[in-house]
Design a protein around this ligand. Structure first.
Ligand SMILES: NC(=O)c1ccc[n+]([C@@H]2O[C@H](COP(=O)([O-])OP(=O)(O)OC[C@H]3O[C@@H](n4cnc5c(N)ncnc54)[C@H](O)[C@@H]3O)[C@@H](O)[C@H]2O)c1
Ligand SMILES: O=C(O)C(=O)C[C@]1(C(=O)O)C=C[C@@H](O)C=C1
Length: 283
């Protein structure tokens, strides 16, 4: 691909830019952002080769949209309008139902591939981007059958070349599973951070007593509200369902404590230890 345009050169867009360029040195990577300062930062960090504007995508072989999911829903139809007939658009959004819905009747629907790379960190912006983020990680691809076969092949090669494995899923299943697998852990981390900040008022105590256990469970509370608010809004019903389940489990744990049923508490923890085997890998 000769010309790749990345809209949103933050953690995800910037990290994709670095590794795609490594594998395809002849490709020109253009960055598009709302703020000039973000593009200048991306240029100075060598994430992109050149700055561009939305109108320039009429020359695109590929456009990667890596902006918050509400902005993706707004921009995606316009980008599809502008790209050439041979062009491909992919998005990296953390939700998939609303994004797929907004283009379901678009005349260039077959030029779009919906995906969600399950890779990231709690940091955002161009300076958070790094090479290797996607190695060994899963890329969830939705409604693959709605994309022209030739364009599917091009996109999937680009992503497997940077180390990703592909998993296919429909958008509804994606949003339901991801509410448990990603959105709930962010809420639980944010609320853990809130509880500690509210009750442990002395920041020196928090700093001195934060061990690696607290650090690791509160890591996601450093994440960007600008990215997460639209995710929770788009996936509201699924997220509320996960919260109901989680709150039931927390309440159950509290009841066992009140009843001094420490055998039951032991069993709860022992059963949950199974997560360690699951995360070791399913072959
Ligand atoms: N952070 C993660 O762990 C992660 C993982 C997988 C997918 N995603 C998804 O990838 C997308 C990007 O996330 P990120 O972590 O790279 O965020 P980020 O904040 O690091 O980068 C997003 C960039 O988009 C820019 N931007 C915002 N609105 C814009 C608009 N309307 N037009 C152009 N630029 C705009 C921001 O200024 C920022 O530079 C989101 O849809 C997110 O849901 C994030
Ligand atoms: O590891 C992290 O810090 C992340 O938040 C990455 C993470 C997640 O695993 O929940 C966050 C959002 C995504 O859409 C995909 C990946």
């Amino acid at each position: 691909m000769k010309n790749i345009y990345i809209i949103g050169v933050g953690l995800i867009g910037g990290s994709l830019a670095i590794d795609i360029k490594k594998n395809n040195p002849e490709t020109v990577i253009y960055g598009i952002s709302r703020k000039e300062a973000t593009l200048n930062e991306a240029l100075s960090l060598k994430l992109i080769d050149k700055k561009a504007t939305l109108d320039d995508v009429e020359n695109a072989d590929l456009v990667i949209i890596a902006i918050p999911v509400d902005a993706t829903v707004k921009l995606l139809p316009t980008i599809l309008d502008k790209i050439p007939d041979s062009g491909l658009v992919v998005d990296a959004g953390s939700t998939k139902v609303d994004i797929c819905k907004v283009v379901e009747n678009h005349p260039k629907r077959r030029n779009f591939l919906a995906m969600h790379p399950i890779a990231g960190t709690e940091y955002s912006g161009p300076s958070a981007a790094f090479s290797g983020l996607f190695i060994g990680k899963t890329n969830i691809v939705c409604e693959v059958e709605k994309t022209t076969f030739k364009l599917q092949e091009k996109a999937l090669k680009l992503f497997t070349d940077i180390g990703m494995r592909i998993r296919y899923m429909n958008p509804e299943a994606h949003d339901k599973h991801i509410a448990y697998m990603s959105h709930l852990s962010h809420i639980s981390s944010f609320m853990l951070g809130k509880t500690v900040i509210e009750k442990e008022k002395n920041e020196r105590d928090i700093f001195d007593m934060a061990g690696s256990g607290f650090e690791s469970t509160v890591r996601l509370a450093k994440s960007s509200p600008a990215m997460w608010t639209p995710i929770f809004k788009q996936n509201k019903d699924n997220v509320i369902e996960t919260l109901d389940e989680y709150i039931t489990n927390l309440t159950h744990f509290k009841e066992l404590m009140k009843q001094n049923d420490f055998d039951a508490i032991y069993n709860e923890m022992e059963n949950t230890n199974h997560i360690k085997d699951i995360l070791k890998g399913i072959s």
